[in-house]
Design a protein around this ligand. Structure first.
Ligand SMILES: C[S@@+](CC[C@H](N)C(=O)[O-])C[C@H]1O[C@@H](n2cnc3c(N)ncnc32)[C@H](O)[C@@H]1O
Length: 260
């Protein structure tokens, strides 16, 4: 739980009332999520020639990624999401769209991708899905390729903590994989002959200091990005977002367009 089938069903049924912006509330909006939390973690790797976004949903990050590369490929298990992206970005000529089976990247050419990106999606993916995607990275990444994947670390939280009722409720609402961990991600990288070069363990769905998610960075051995593994447990991540939400009220473009 959640399986690929459950993901497809859930994201087909979801209202998508804000095209994904409904999940940016912690930051005070998507603009602040992108400029304050995501781009600072990605900026070393962009702009670049080719980006692959796994699981774009309705394009919350895609709207920025498309301007940071010559060509963007987006792959999602849910047809409705890919249809929505096609419509939303119909004026962009540098995006290719695929619906997949939730695991396969067979449609991506060998050694064609500079940056693989996935945010707020594969947290709902079980270890078999993460393992399957990672097993294809060596084939699709260019020699200097880099990956940034946001996934669950709920399996790394001690069971007695997960039994505390309000924590259990928060985790159930977040619909994370219960089995995925930062350590498993490292192991899958090793098995796929990738180097996991960094991990940031974060809280995201709650301000409680709960290490339930992880951003993992990986590359190919001998790529210019290869280095010794570094890790950082950032249980202030949700507070950072709340702080960014305050800045947003003053400085964001959207704050000049709407009365907030
Ligand atoms: C919560 S939405 C997030 C979408 C987008 N990343 C965002 O931040 O707005 C989750 C997305 O992940 C996709 N997804 C879930 N499991 C997937 C898988 N195994 N492979 C590809 N896409 C998947 C869903 O179809 C949906 O578009």
């Amino acid at each position: 739980m959640p399986t690929v089938e459950q993901n497809r069903a859930n994201w087909t049924e979801h209202t998508w009332a804000g095209q994904g912006d409904e999940w940016s509330g912690l930051w005070g909006g998507t603009e602040s999520l992108w400029w304050g939390s995501l781009l600072p973690r990605l900026h070393a790797f962009v702009p670049t020639e080719t980006i692959l976004e796994i699981a774009p949903g309705f394009g919350r990050a895609t709207q920025y990624l498309k301007d940071l590369c010559q060509h963007l490929t987006v792959v999602d298990v849910t047809e409705r999401c890919i249809d929505a992206c096609k419509q939303r970005f119909s004026s962009s000529s540098n995006i290719t769209y695929y619906v997949n089976d939730g695991k396969s990247l067979n449609m991506i050419s060998d050694h064609s991708i500079d940056v693989v990106f996935s945010f707020d999606s594969l947290v709902h993916a079980e270890p078999d899905v993460i393992k399957a995607y990672l097993s294809q990275m060596r084939r699709i990444l260019k020699p200097n390729g880099m990956g940034f994947i946001h996934h669950s670390n709920v399996g790394g939280i001690p069971p007695f903590i997960k039994k505390i009722p309000f924590i259990r409720r928060a985790l159930d609402q977040g619909w994370r994989s219960e089995g995925m961990t930062a350590r498993l991600f490292q192991r899958y990288c090793e098995q796929a002959e990738l180097q996991c070069v960094g991990q940031e363990i974060i809280n995201r769905i709650t301000r409680y200091p709960l290490p339930h998610d992880c951003f993992s960075l990986f590359t190919l051995p001998y790529s210019p990005w290869a280095r010794r593994y570094r890790a950082f447990t950032n249980l202030g991540f949700a507070y950072e977002a709340a702080y960014l939400a305050k800045q947003t009220r003053l400085y964001s473009k959207s704050s000049f367009r709407t009365e907030i």
